[in-house]
Ligand binder design. Structure first.
Ligand code: ZN
Length: 190
C-alpha cells in the first residue's frame, strides 16, 4: 500500500512539473510577439488607431498632430500608440482626475455639442466630449475656437483647420499591436 501511494505521489509530481513546463513555454510564446513589436516601434503613418474597448477604427497615425498646451502638467514622447514618436501630454480636470492625451487633427468619433468654454486645457478653445461611434466609450475631447458658436455642425468641425481632438492614450490601440495579440502561436502551425 505504502509503495503504491509513493508511486501515486510521484506520478502527481511529474504531472505537476509537466503542467508547469507547459504553462511557462506558453507564456514565453505569448510575450515574444509583443516584445518584437515594441522594439520595431514602426514609423508608418498608415498605422490604424483603434478604440481599445471595441476595435472600431478611429484614425491613422498621420492624423496625429502635436498641439502643445501651457496647462499640461507634463509632456513626454511615446511610441506605444502611434508607432512613431508622438507627444503625450498629461492634464488634470477640476475633479482631480488625470488624463494622458495625444492630439489629433481629426478622428472618426462622435461629438456632443454644445461646447463648453470653462476649464479648457487649451486656452482660446472650447471643448466637447468625444466618444466611440460604435461602443460609446469616452475617448477624449474635441476642441474648437471659443469665439465660435457653442453648437456647430459636424461638417464645420471636420472641415476647419482650427479644430482638433485630444484622445486618452490608454483608451486607444494600434492596429498592428492588436494583430500581434491575435496571431496564431507558432507551435500550433503545422
Ligand atoms: Zn469603441
Amino acid at each position: 500500500m505504502r509503495c503504491e501511494r509513493r508511486l501515486q505521489l510521484e506520478r502527481l509530481t511529474m504531472q505537476f512539473i509537466t503542467f508547469l513546463l507547459l504553462v511557462y513555454s506558453a507564456a514565453y510564446q505569448t510575450v515574444e510577439p509583443c516584445a518584437t513589436v515594441g522594439q520595431e516601434g514602426g514609423t508608418s503613418t498608415d498605422t490604424l488607431i483603434l478604440c481599445r474597448a471595441c476595435g472600431q477604427e478611429l484614425a491613422f497615425g498621420r492624423d496625429m498632430n502635436f498641439i502643445p498646451s501651457r496647462l499640461a502638467l507634463s509632456s513626454r514622447n511615446d511610441t506605444s500608440v502611434g508607432g512613431r514618436r508622438v507627444n503625450v501630454q498629461l492634464f488634470e480636470n477640476p475633479h482631480g482626475h488625470r488624463f494622458e492625451v495625444i492630439t489629433f487633427r481629426k478622428a472618426d468619433v462622435a461629438l456632443h455639442w454644445p461646447a463648453d468654454k470653462h476649464f479648457s486645457w487649451f486656452p482660446g478653445f472650447s471643448w466637447t466630449v468625444a466618444t466611440c461611434p460604435r461602443c460609446a466609450a469616452h475617448l477624449g475631447w474635441a476642441f474648437q475656437p471659443s469665439t465660435w458658436p457653442d453648437t456647430i455642425t459636424k461638417t464645420k468641425f471636420e472641415e476647419s483647420e482650427h479644430t482638433f481632438l485630444a484622445l486618452i492614450t490608454h483608451r486607444l490601440l494600434r492596429e498592428d499591436f492588436a494583430s500581434s495579440l491575435l496571431m496564431t502561436p507558432k507551435s500550433f502551425v503545422s
